[in-house]
Design a protein around this ligand. Structure first.
Ligand code: C2O
Ligand code: CU
Length: 675
């Protein structure tokens, strides 16, 4: 985080300092005869900042080459070259001038334009580099080279102008300035209008519209047939013999008596919170959060979704359960949003035990915030240790009327647990940002992450648990005689005690839990040394730009937002590696639907603890991660940031299996808004 912030700060300061140095030297008509020292100071600061930028880039680059790969050439041309010229030519020239005792000893004034040029180039270069960083995080190379040529021409023309003996007439100067400003104004305005128009989502589009990225693996015969032309070929086959299957045919068991039959009704409801406050919520079954669904591993679960009165339509996505694609509940990808009065039935076998959750994947940033989510607990076939107190701890925040956020755990919730009882706390983060959980008053183990048990977890005490948005940690311990406190902030939490009373033990966190080194290794079906069929890269940047016509601070994947993000193409059976690199200023919890990813390394350091499987991985600013997964669940899957606000402005992409088609569409003319 510090590195990324420093890098951006250097970029900004370089723009300010070189900009001022350039303006200052350009104003000194013929020669900086007055106070050459002030020029020297400004330029030295510029050079120091350039050095600082080089240092931060080298640190990031040694962490992962992807941090700098695409921008290095631009920085070199726009910052490096002018800085070198200033060092070699301008600074010595100014020093000679400063130390000259008489006019005669001073360097000849005819040389002034040559000395000023590098500084002017540095000013223009730093400004351009700054603008490129903000607007074109990843495509800056081409634009950079183009603009560099423009700078050279401009500087050259400027020098020629300055070398002319006669001073330009006042009026012509005013005219030139006006024309120049008009030109700038017109080009900036047209850029804004154009990019705003271009960014508008079309009325109807297939989620499969992205540009294919084969990740270095073989491309697929007839893949362009799979381009979501409506009603296309759920059973046809291409010339090469590859057959197509529609997401509608990738369902859970259609027949057979379900082991669990559940109904979830989406409806608006006024809900009273623990704190006594009431809020207008969007609920499943009138509850906030929705009812906890408890099933047993291996059971066939049938859930009927009824939409009573959510006008925008709803769905249910089973976050972390790797269900068949047709049951994944993403509007516009695997189904149409379920509109008021309509119903939809999901059927799947709960294959993985552990802590999962469900939420609407229609207009999800709004709907999850308003309450359309709940927990899904899949108990292992063999059950939990006898007598286990199995407790769900959620830390959701809700939008209330007036936009202030209300915490469900507020105020402190008391619960009676007999000393000696085995306790399992299921921590959920259903919000958009990482949550810091503290467990005070007991030694505990992190038994599972995102539903998967860890191997030989060690006991922890005074360790803070930073939970990814969308992620889950299961904590286990034996209830002591004294109270135990779980919280995300001092004023709200859950207090477990023998008598349901007692005082809150002191929260002291000496360190932060790190899954990379926690527990002990165990054999996995694949690992860092495996041969991968495909490797994908996702580099995240900040960018100012447009999404669907609105100007936003965007978070880009490989320089762009949906629908201009790539479409990852895989073939069933592929072993796939993905690298995440976060060059933006905020964390991004990356969630892949339908698969669990094995973390291989972070910042180049291999995972040495228990196998660490995730469905949602928090990638902090300045961090890089390598993960791997097996392509064993055919379909069309979302891969997106689970900060749902980020997803809503395009931080999403899709992964498609060879030959999978979808008849569903998104866009303003459809009811589907997956984000
Ligand atoms: Cu929990 Cu695509 O989301
Ligand atoms: Cu994000």
């Amino acid at each position: 985080m510090v590195l990324i912030a420093m890098d951006l700060a250097f970029q900004f300061l370089l723009f300010v300092i070189w900009g001022s140095a350039a303006i200052r030297i350009s104003r000194s008509k013929k020669r900086p005869s007055i106070r050459p020292w002030s020029h020297l100071v400004l330029q030295s600061v510029g050079l120091l900042l350039t050095a600082g930028k080089i240092v931060t880039l080298s640190i990031l680059g040694s962490r992962d080459w992807l941090f700098v790969k695409d921008t290095l050439a631009v920085h070199f041309l726009l910052l490096g070259v002018p800085a070198a010229a200033v060092t070699i030519y301008t600074i010595p020239w100014l020093r000679k001038l400063a130390s000259a005792t008489s006019t005669d000893a001073a360097p000849h004034t005819d040389h002034f334009p040559a000395a000023a040029l590098p500084v002017q180039a540095a000013g223009v270069g730093a400004s351009l580099d700054f603008v490129l960083t903000l607007l074109f995080p990843m495509k800056s190379l081409n634009v950079g080279i183009f603009t560099l040529v423009a700078i050279i021409y401009a500087a050259w023309a400027g020098t020629l102008w300055r070398l002319r003996k006669q001073k330009p007439a006042k009026r012509s100067r005013a005219v030139r300035i006006t024309v120049g400003m008009l030109l700038v104004l017109v080009s900036v305005t047209s850029w804004f209008v154009l990019s705003s128009q271009v960014s508008k989502l079309s009325d109807r589009m297939s989620m499969m519209a992205g540009e294919e990225d084969y990740g270095g693996g073989p491309s697929m015969a007839g893949h362009d047939m799979s381009h979501g032309h409506v009603g296309m070929a759920s059973t046809s086959s291409s010339a090469s013999g590859a057959s197509f299957v529609s997401v509608e045919d990738l369902k859970g068991p259609r027949n057979g008596e379900p082991d669990r039959r559940l109904t979830l009704t989406a409806e608006k409801k006024t809900v009273t919170l623990n704190s006594g406050a009431t809020i207008e919520a969007w609920t499943y079954n009138g509850q906030l959060p929705g009812p906890e669904l408890r099933v047993t591993q291996g059971e066939l679960v049938e859930v009927t979704l009824i939409n009573k009165d959510i006008e925008e339509g709803v769905t249910i996505h089973w976050h972390g359960q790797d269900v068949p694609n047709g049951e994944d509940g993403v509007s516009g990808v695997t189904q149409d949003a379920v509109m008021p009065g309509q119903t939809y039935t999901y059927r799947f076998i709960a294959k993985q035990s552990g802590s999962y959750w469900y939420h609407s994947h229609q207009q999800s940033s709004e709907q999850v915030k308003n309450g359309l989510f709940g927990t899904l607990i899949v108990l292992p076939k063999e059950g939990l240790a006898t007598g286990t107190e199995d407790i769900t701890v959620m830390d959701p925040t809700y939008k209330t009327v007036g936009d202030s956020e209300v915490n469900l755990l507020n105020p402190i919730d008391h619960r009676t647990v007999k000393p000696g009882t085995p306790v399992r706390l299921r921590l959920f983060n259903t919000g958009n940002w990482p949550k810091k959980f503290s467990i005070a008053g007991v030694k505990f183990k992190v038994a599972a992450i995102d539903g998967t048990d860890l191997n030989e977890p060690a006991e922890l005490t005074n360790v803070r648990l930073d939970l990814a948005a969308g992620g889950r940690y299961d904590i286990t311990f034996t209830m002591p005689n004294t109270p135990v406190y779980v919280s995300t902030d001092p004023s709200s939490g859950l207090l477990l005690s023998a008598d349901g009373k007692g005082s809150v033990p002191e929260v002291k966190n000496a360190s932060v839990f790190d899954p990379l080194t926690y527990g002990s290794p165990k054999e996995t079906p694949f690992g860092a040394a495996s041969k991968f069929d495909r490797s994908f890269t996702m580099v995240f940047d900040n960018k100012l730009g447009f999404y669907d016509g609105g100007f936003e601070r965007l978070f880009t994947i490989n320089g762009d937002v949906f629908p201009n993000t790539p479409m990852f193409m895989v073939r069933e059976g592929d072993l796939v590696k993905t690298t995440f690199v976060n060059r933006s200023l905020v964390p991004h919890p990356m969630h892949l639907h339908g698969h669990h990813m094995l973390v291989l390394s972070r910042n180049g350091k291999p995972s040495t603890g228990s196998p660490w499987w995730v469905d949602t991985l928090n990638v902090d600013p300045g961090e890089s991660y390598e993960v791997a997964f097996k392509a064993d669940n055919p379909g069309l899957w979302m891969d997106h940031c689970h900060n749902l606000e980020h997803a809503a402005i395009g931080m999403t992409l899709h992964m498609s299996y060879e030959g999978v088609t979808s008849p569903f569409e998104i866009g303003h003319a459809t009811q589907n808004r997956p984000e």
